[in-house]
Design a binder for this molecule. Structure first.
Ligand SMILES: O=C(O)CCC(=O)C(=O)O
Length: 238
């Protein structure tokens, strides 16, 4: 049934992927990375388009490849559990392409605009991909839970930068998007062509998410041959 949701709509959710203890363990590593700008330099940016070198509060902190900085992350159950789901949804050849953290700081009220993840990636012959977005806090509309619009096909829409250096966006927001509130430890899965979005965080708590992205290992090898390892400047496909 869940797999059918993913196949039909390009997204699904699980109320509980992780136990509370697993969430608490992850939050510790997460907060250490968030607080340490030196350790995360080069892999860190603000999706709102603000320059993270300035003194301004980061609104939407994105840290790419946290497990490269903190390899002990890879020992956490979450990496195994999400991989099993990815393989279950899209086939045994799915492997971890990259991980990232996206934190919406308290009272920063900055939305992540509607986009398809494939807009950030190079064009690959095998289009299968799935992102597992794991809530490390209870998430709901007011602090920036994920919204999805059912995917129709694997067409890539035209994207532009919402602000120079910031997140990508499409021109017209879909009418049929819906929010997926979750308890901490719950997660969503979406594929690279599914439109998604989140509102800003207007609450006084953090909104911490860990995101694990999977694709066929042959496609990962192709990406790496072309120098794509999901670090570096935010690019988009034109
Ligand atoms: O965490 C967010 O607000 C956006 C996440 C997102 O766009 C993604 O995981 O692809």
């Amino acid at each position: 049934m869940l797999n059918q949701d993913f196949a039909n709509n390009g997204f699904m959710h699980l109320d509980r992927l992780l136990s509370f203890d697993e969430v608490v363990g992850l939050r510790k590593v997460y907060d250490t990375l968030l607080e340490d700008k030196k350790l995360t330099a080069g892999l860190r940016s603000d999706l709102s388009g603000n320059n993270t070198k300035s003194q301004a509060v980061e609104k939407i902190t994105q840290i790419m490849l946290p497990s490269r900085i903190e390899p002990r992350l890879l020992q956490q159950q979450v990496y195994l559990k999400a991989l099993r789901w990815a393989q279950n949804l899209l086939g045994d050849d799915m492997a971890l392409d990259f991980d990232m953290l996206i934190n919406k700081a308290p009272l920063t009220n900055t939305e992540t605009p509607w986009h398809q993840d494939a807009a950030y990636w190079i064009d690959l012959p095998d289009k299968r991909s799935v992102s597992c977005w794991i809530a490390l806090d209870d998430v709901y509309e007011e602090n920036g839970c994920m919204w999805f619009a059912p995917r129709c096909d694997t067409n890539l829409l035209k994207h532009t930068h919402s602000k120079e250096g910031g997140a990508l966006t499409i021109d017209v927001s879909p009418k049929n998007g819906r929010p997926i509130p979750l308890k901490a430890g719950g997660c969503t899965f979406h594929d690279g062509f599914t439109l998604h979005y989140s509102k800003g965080n207007s609450t006084n708590g953090p909104r911490r998410a860990l995101i694990l992205n999977y694709r066929p290992h042959k496609m990962i090898a192709l990406e790496r041959e072309q120098g794509m390892d999901h670090t570096g400047k935010r690019q988009f496909r034109k």
